[in-house]
Design a protein around this ligand. Sequence first.
Ligand code: ME8
Length: 519
Amino acid sequence: MPGQKTPYYITTPIYYVNDVPHIGHAYTTLACDVLARFMRLDGRDVKFLTGTDEHGQKVEKSAQAAGVDPQAFTDRVSQNFRNLSGTLNFSNDDFIRTTEERHKKACQALWKKLLENGEIYLGGYSGWYAVRDEAFYTESELTKQPDGKRIATASGAEVEWVEEPSYFFRLSAWQDRLLAFYEANPDFIAPETRRNEVISFVKGGLKDLSISRTTFSWGVPVPDDAEHIMYVWLDALTNYMTAAGYPDLESESYKTYWPADLHMVGKDILRFHAVYWPAFLMAADLPTPKRVFAHGWWTNEGQKISKSLGNVIDPLQLVETYGLDPVRYFLLREVPFGNDGDFSRRAIVGRMNGDLTNDLGNLSQRVLSMIAKNCDNAVPAPGAFTPEDEALLSQSEALPDRLRQEYGVQAFNKALEATWDVIGAANRYVDDQAPWTLRKTDPERMKTVLYVLAETVRRLAILTQPVMPDAMAKMLDQLSIAPDARGFENLATPLAAGSPVPKPEGIFPRFVEEEAGTA
Ligand code: ME8
């Protein structure tokens, strides 16, 4: 029964449907997928949410450009994001679209609560707005271009002057309470450098935030004032609560999952999640999420990814070229999570042929084929363990706690490094113990060595499932581990002697670069 497990609610940003999904979107959702899978295997009651942000001027403009009405447009483009889950094997439990009725209800309930609490007033907005970022900017956040146009310094998005009646949220009144909140919750914003940026932004002073628009209509109507639609970020952020069951505060789902354990976002949208969102929630007397992690930015062979440069990386094509699990592995292994990363062909091929083929693939392949060949296709019964055997076994025994620690702070690359340390130790153990020699000199000892290795491979495969679910399923199949014996609770039950081991097929074939035609 789910109620007995500790809940874990994790969310991705909801993506704008003005575009097709690219590697950046895939990256954020992948990171969440790995955490969701890890927590499920570790016995948590996981809710993993992703979805699409379908309102606002940007989406309305894209629909106009495509010559269709916004609803038809969002129905079509939202599907591309839904399909991404199939392509990249994402295990989200829900997919929210902000045009759904459940969401409209949640936004309006939150609005009413803010109004009731005196946190909203009607005024007029005049200032700069960037449609691309769906964000308001002050003059000091802009750069004037030689042609006289202004762009947002941080994002490069063009701004336009806007003057219209608008409801405001009393954000200025939240400055001190936000600072006290960050102080009391040092883990709320990660990584540390981003936390410091947010704190200094808030210390710089907060202005009241315009939270409604009147010059277009593609949005959630403001309750009792049909002239206004809600500012798309107030609408969008609320999705995290909608999916948990808000506004039904008594629902099982809301009580179980809210507040969320983790909102994963890119660094571009941290301010909305770490400043506006907790302020809205506190102003509505609602609990705040436990953590927001802002990860870094991917570039392509050193260049910013953009449509105009024509270098957008399509996740589908990546998977076709390199295979699904190698792509999943590469994205999380290559870059310390939180830093910016560069996608290069050389780097992914290097990781594939090094970490996957030579290290992990070769370990399981040689161990399982030696067992298949020399032990009648079954895991042999071990004799007494030597200190070397114990040393290797204790390394993989310590791994789950190490991974809990690293995944607990979203340090994917460190979790994978720790896993590969054990793989390295296992490969050295094979070389040192030389079971192929023992076959002739001491066949009983060979059996013990192969048992220790098979048990190590089993543990490694179970623990690596979150990152490479398909490849690790194959590895566990090769060891005849039943599908219901692959959760972390099974780590402590050693491999049974006699378990069938058929001759294995290679799981990570070497990637051979196609000749580009130049010498
Ligand atoms: O901002 N590298 O949606 P969005 C890494 N709808 N991550 C990247 C990336 C890159 N080059 N490009 C995009 C929105 N991302 C709002 C969110 S949430 C309540 C509303 C990822 O479609 C990264 O996670 O512009 C970034 O924050 C997100 O896509 C922006 O997606």
